[in-house]
Design a protein around this ligand. Structure first.
Ligand code: HEM
Ligand code: HEM
Length: 150
């Protein structure tokens, strides 16, 4: 069960990354081109946010279900790169990234004019994406060779 959820969480990273990149490119081009913020722009932002919420739920299940939560603050675990990463760094950074990504959609939704809608998506999604890219256990990171590309 946990293995299946971990595979799903690992594969969904690509959905998150692709939706994030699409939203960011479209938001910056919409802003500079003075385009109208249409239904497609709204839905792209919404699906980007939903992909983040899905990762949050799956991540929380893994975090508590696989025992990472109980390592938090344990000196031996904190001295181990992988244990510290999943019990603290990955969880905290991704949590912030999900909150910022959610703000990108909901603040854009509340904006009055099209340019502000695009700008809010562009800024919040970009900051969120940088945090996500920095906090994925890429297999080229020393110690994370066991984690694959999907
Ligand atoms: C945008 C959000 C997130 C992305 C893109 C992401 C990405 C990933 C990736 C790529 C893996 C490695 C999967 C594998 O190859 O086995 C992973 C593992 C994991 N993530 Fe996330 N994650 C996100 C959010 C979260 C959050 C919010 C939490 C916790 C609250 C979390 C907890 C975990 C845990 C516990 C593991 C499993 C490590 C293991 O048991 O070996 N993730 N994540
Ligand atoms: C721990 C789990 C979750 C938390 C804490 C959470 C939190 C939130 C928050 C705070 C908002 C309000 C955003 C706003 O200001 O508009 C929201 C909206 C939303 N969430 Fe989640 N969420 C979670 C899981 C999920 C899951 C699993 C899904 C679907 C797969 C989901 C889909 C949505 C949708 C569709 C909205 C409404 C977006 C809109 O129309 O503006 N969420 N969530």
């Amino acid at each position: 069960m946990m293995t299946g959820i971990q595979h799903l969480h690992g594969a969904l990273r690509w959905v998150v990354l692709i939706l994030m990149l699409l939203s960011i490119v479209k938001a910056f081009s919409g802003m500079s081109g003075g385009r109208t913020f249409d239904k497609g722009d709204y839905k792209r932002g919404l699906f980007t946010m939903i992909s983040l919420h899905l990762q949050l739920v799956l991540g929380l299940v893994l975090y508590f279900g696989k025992g990472w939560s109980s390592m938090l603050g344990n000196a031996d675990a904190m001295a181990n790169t992988v244990m510290r990463f999943f019990s603290l760094e990955h969880m905290a950074t991704m949590l912030i990234a999900v909150v910022l990504g959610t703000l990108g959609h909901s603040l854009s939704k509340r904006a009055e004019d099209d340019r502000t809608k695009f700008r809010r998506q562009a800024i919040w999604f970009t900051v969120s994406l940088v945090l996500i890219l920095s906090s994925i256990p890429w297999p080229f990171r020393p110690g994370f060779e066991a984690y694959g590309w999907w």
